[in-house]
Design a protein around this ligand. Structure first.
Ligand SMILES: Cc1ncc(COP(=O)(O)O)c(C=O)c1O
Length: 385
C-alpha cells in the first residue's frame, strides 16, 4: 500500500521505533529539520535571491513558490521515488474532481499543461476534419507551433483594439470543418482577459464538432469584474476543455503538473492521447499546494498588488499598456524592444522576449516585491525618459 506523501517524512523517534539504524535516524532528522516551513521559506528564491543576482522577469514564473506545505511534500516524496506515480496521481485526481464537482474520469493530469495543449492538437488531427486551428494573435504559442508541426494549419485572428481576443472575429473564422479553437484566458503575452459570459456565448455558438480549448494558466491572478473560470461549462457543453496548471500561482513550474477539466463525452478520447507520466514529486507538491490556502492567498495578493504598482507607474509615465490579468504586464516601451532589454539587463534584470506585431512592446513578469522595486527603479532609464 502507498504511504501517505504527507507523513512519510517521519520524525527521528518514529524511525527508531521502526528499528532502523542510528544513521537512518540522523538522516531522517536532517530531512525533517530541512522540511520545517521556516527553513524552507528561508531557502525560497524570493527570500534568498540577493539584490546582486540576475532578476528573472522573463518567463512568467512565480518565485514565491513552492508553498511551505509543498516544500515539505517535495522532501517527503523522496521515499516515493521507487514507485510509479499511479496512486499519487489518483489522489490528486480525486482532489481536483471534488473541487470541480466532476467525475474523476473528467480530470486529465499532464506533465505540465504544455503536454495537454499538445494532446489537444493530437485530438484535432485525429478528428480528420481537414480544417484549421483558430487562434488569436498574439497568444501563447505552444499549441499553434506544435499543431503546425503536425501539419494542422493555423487561422490567426488579430486581437481587438484592447489587445483582447476578438471573439466575434474568431467566431467568424470558425467553419464546419474547424476542429479546434484556442482561447487563452487571461492571454499570454497580452495579459488581457475576456469575460466569462462572452466566452460562454462564444463556446455555445460554435458547432459541436469544434472543440474550444480554454487555457486558464493565469486565471488565479484575474481580478476584473466578469472574468472567471469556464470550468463549470464542462458539465453541459460537450466540446469545451479547460486547462489549469501548477506552474503559475502554485510556483511549481519546474515540477511539471497541469490538468484538464473535460466533458464526460471527451474525457476518454482525450486522456488516451497522453504521452508521458507525471512524477511523484510534482504530484505530491501539487496535492499539498492545492490545500495551502494561506500561501495561495498571500501570493495572489502580493503579485496582484505589485502588478497594480507597475500599472500605476506606467500610467504616470504615459505608456500604452494592456490591462494585465496575469502575473505579468505587457506595455509599449516606445522604442526597439532590444534596446529596452539591453538596458534592463544592464540593471541586472531579464525581461520577456519579442512578440510578432509588437516590436516595441515588452512583457515583464511580476517577481517578488524587492524585484519589482528594482524593476521600477530601473524603468525610467531603460525607457529613456
Ligand atoms: C498560457 C500558458 N499556457 C500554458 C503554459 C504552459 O505551462 P506548463 O506547461 O508549465 O503548465 C504557459 C507557460 O508559460 C502559458 O503561458
Amino acid at each position: 500500500m502507498r504511504a501517505d506523501p504527507h507523513t512519510v517524512c517521519a520524525d527521528p523517534a518514529t524511525i527508531a521505533l521502526r528499528g532502523l539504524t542510528r544513521r537512518d535516524a540522523l538522516i531522517g532528522a536532517a530531512v525533517f529539520l530541512a522540511a520545517r516551513p521556516s527553513n524552507l521559506l528561508a531557502a525560497a528564491p524570493g527570500a534568498a535571491a540577493g539584490k546582486a543576482g540576475l532578476i528573472r522577469l522573463d518567463s512568467n514564473e512565480n518565485p514565491y513558490g513552492p508553498s511551505p506545505a509543498a516544500r515539505q511534500a517535495i522532501l517527503a516524496s523522496v521515499s516515493e521515488a521507487p514507485r510509479y506515480a499511479a496512486a499519487t496521481m489518483a489522489t490528486l485526481t480525486a482532489q481536483l474532481a471534488a473541487h470541480e464537482g466532476v467525475d474523476g474520469s473528467q480530470i486529465v493530469i499532464g506533465t505540465g499543461s504544455g503536454e495537454l495543449l499538445r494532446m489537444t492538437a493530437l485530438l484535432a488531427i485525429a478528428s480528420g476534419s481537414g480544417g484549421e486551428l483558430v487562434a488569436s494573435k498574439p497568444t501563447y504559442e505552444e499549441l499553434p507551433v506544435f499543431a503546425g508541426k503536425l501539419g494542422l494549419g493555423v487561422h490567426w485572428v488579430a486581437s481587438d483594439a484592447d489587445h483582447r481576443h476578438d471573439l466575434a472575429a474568431m467566431r467568424a473564422a470558425v467553419t464546419g470543418l474547424t476542429p479546434l479553437v484556442y482561447v487563452c484566458n487571461p492571454n499570454n503575452p497580452t495579459g488581457t482577459a475576456v469575460s466569462r459570459d462572452a466566452l460562454e456565448s462564444f463556446i455555445r455558438s460554435v458547432p459541436a464538432s469544434c472543440t474550444v480549448l480554454v487555457d486558464e494558466a493565469y486565471m488565479d491572478f484575474a481580478d476584473q469584474p466578469g472574468v472567471a473560470t469556464a470550468a463549470g461549462l464542462v458539465k453541459d457543453v460537450p466540446n469545451v476543455i479547460v486547462l489549469r496548471t501548477f506552474s503559475k500561482i502554485h510556483g511549481l513550474a519546474g515540477l511539471r503538473i497541469g490538468y484538464a477539466i473535460t466533458p464526460a463525452a471527451l474525457a476518454g478520447r482525450f486522456a488516451a492521447l497522453s504521452l508521458t507520466w507525471p512524477n511523484t514529486t510534482g504530484l505530491s507538491a501539487a496535492i499539498a499546494s492545492f490545500n495551502d490556502h494561506a500561501f495561495l492567498r498571500r501570493t495572489r495578493a502580493a503579485l496582484v498588488g505589485d502588478r497594480e504598482r507597475v500599472h500605476a507607474t506606467l500610467d504616470r509615465m504615459g505608456r500604452h499598456r494592456a490591462v494585465a490579468q496575469g502575473n505579468f504586464v505587457f506595455f509599449d516601451t516606445g522604442g526597439p524592444l532590444q534596446q529596452f532589454q539591453d538596458r534592463m539587463l544592464g540593471a541586472g534584470i531579464k525581461v520577456g522576449r519579442h512578440f510578432d506585431g509588437y516590436d516595441t512592446w515588452a512583457r515583464v513578469t511580476i517577481g517578488v516585491h524587492h524585484e519589482v522595486d528594482r524593476f521600477l527603479a530601473a524603468l525610467p532609464r531603460a525607457l529613456g525618459s
